[in-house]
Ligand binder design. Sequence first.
Ligand code: NIG
Ligand code: FE
Length: 410
Amino acid sequence: MTETAQPLWDELIIGPTVVTLTESADYGCIPDGAIGILDGVLTYVGPAADLPASPDRLAHHVVYAEGTLTPGLIDCHTHLVFGGNRANEFAMRLNGASYEEIARAGGGIRSSVRNTRGADADHLLAESLPRALDLLHDGVTTLEIKSGYGLDLDTERRMLQTARQIGALTAQTVHTTYLAAHALPPEFDNDADAYIQRVTEWLPILHAEGLVDAVDAFCEGIGFSPEQTRRVFEAAQALGLPVKLHADQLSDLHGAELVTQFSGLSADHLEYTNDEGLMAMARTGTVAVLLPGAYHVLRETKQPPIARMRELGVRMAVSTDCNPGTSPLLSLRVAMQLATTHFRMTPLEALQGATVHAAAALGLSDRGQLKPGLRADLALWTVQHPDELTYWLGGNLLQNLWLAGHSLQR
Ligand code: NIG
Ligand code: FE
């Protein structure tokens, strides 16, 4: 009687190694596993042998699969909405120019601002959507997208609207972040304080339009000072919006510590972060978002203090930082690979960094692991062992993807 009273699951997946990531010290693998899905939520995660009844009595649709099933990947730091590209600057840097020199000469972020301002909504979507699809086809079911190449109200709005549209078109969950404090636009040359004042005035307008999930800034010599960053954070706080920060990427301005003072979700980059900053992050639970793509492309040599983060129990996320300047990186798995080779993260840490810890960096507790009650965002890979997800550098390893229980293949 009780068994027939249960609604049938929409889908039952049987056979793969299920990587639950529910423990911090290992993958939590279930060989010959099974996953039940009802209304976009996981109803069963366990060994196929322990299923409570025969498959046809449990679900409308049964899929037999091989390989490895993980949570859908989460890319918690991207700037993938932008116009044009900066391959020319890449060539200049290979010839010896530095990122900062190019930025100070009016290139860098400002060059992408010119191209983004010049792109109408259709054009911006047409350029940006393929980048989100590239991430999707390598397993990304949730991603964050920042503004920051508009630096005026209209273009910042267009970028955030484009980000929302991408979510509607791909069915990925898109979290939007307002990053108007990314660079100083030319019309405010020599008046960064006046620009920051505008940034704080635009925020409530865009927030009222439902376009802002979080607020970020670039706290750096070529970006904004800690004091200016603080003003942006105060404006976010007044609206109840969470903050995060491009912190200590090229120099130590105590950015990590600053973002913890606002109980920030994450501090990102962190190559130059000092020990006080790390200890503050450990106290507030602020996630360290590591961006090895930018480190790789800029041919940096100063590594973020990974060993110390580990020691202090700071959660580490890994993200593409997909952007036209420092990280034209279109695969989160490649970012994971770079995190292992450049930063010596373990393959387990890299996968946790692209799932459970990335979810925390976005303030999401309903995904990033596989257990009953969580959202059915799943990636099925051809590989036999989860270490292979970081071992292969690129390649097409994805067999299938489920977004809130909807499979790409059905
Ligand atoms: O995360 N550091 C600032 N922002 C980006 C780069 C933006 C750009 O160069 O277009 C980053 O590395
Ligand atoms: Fe970034």
